[in-house]
Design a protein around this ligand. Sequence first.
Ligand SMILES: CC(C)(COP(=O)(O)OP(=O)(O)OC[C@H]1O[C@@H](n2cnc3c(N)ncnc32)[C@H](O)[C@@H]1OP(=O)(O)O)[C@@H](O)C(=O)NCCC(=O)NCCS
Length: 208
Amino acid sequence: MELIPPIDVVRLSPGTRDDYLAFFDHERGAAFSDNPEWARCYCQFYRVPLALDWKAFTADQNRVAVDAAIGCGEAEGYLARAGGSVVGWLNAQPRHKLPHCFERMGIEPEPVDVPPHEAAVIVCVLVAPAWRRRGVAAALLDGALADLAARGITIIDAFPFRAGDSTDPTDHYHGPAVLFASRGFETIAEHPDLTVMRRRLAHSEAAP
Ligand SMILES: CC(C)(COP(=O)(O)OP(=O)(O)OC[C@H]1O[C@@H](n2cnc3c(N)ncnc32)[C@H](O)[C@@H]1OP(=O)(O)O)[C@@H](O)C(=O)NCCC(=O)NCCS
């Protein structure tokens, strides 16, 4: 039986910026090693206002932009590490850090009944191809929920695609609905392409 090294989940910060960039580095990092067409993204898509032409941005431009955003704490999220390397990424951030994500998804934000700074969103998930179906996305979600709870987040929304029976990994790039359901997320809205699922967080769920 193959032994799976333990998976550590760490928050993206200026101190982990180089790990992030190495994971995503255009057509060299592990992140998009099976999908070079998406490799220019650097998970910048939901940070870019709809008024700007996303297709016009190159890999180098996206890399520079995300590098700067991580460096000043504007871009957040969670990295999964195993055996010394980054093996996964979860783009989970307070809502105010991703003000353009709703227009990019083509939906209105669902109202929240808490102060705006207590709401967070999960937009993208990406696990290195060699590490898929080994619980990395689940570990990222668990780590993010515990950390967000510790930071005082009380509502977190996820937007899984309505992928039907598809097991194509790219059809689940917002994370599989079944994964969110297994962690207590409940459906609060349905759109033609995606479902909005919400989880309330209690401070008692915080990471120690
Ligand atoms: C979707 C994705 C994140 C799942 O990551 P993962 O680490 O393999 O997921 P896990 O092993 O934690 O799986 C948890 C559960 O999610 C569901 N799941 C995972 N991958 C799935 C898939 N490809 N299809 C359907 N359900 C899936 C399963 O229910 C799974 O539980 P199980 O293995 O016990 O059946 C991964 O396939 C991926 O990275 N896809 C590409 C996403 C992408 O292109 N992102 C770009 C945005 S930056």
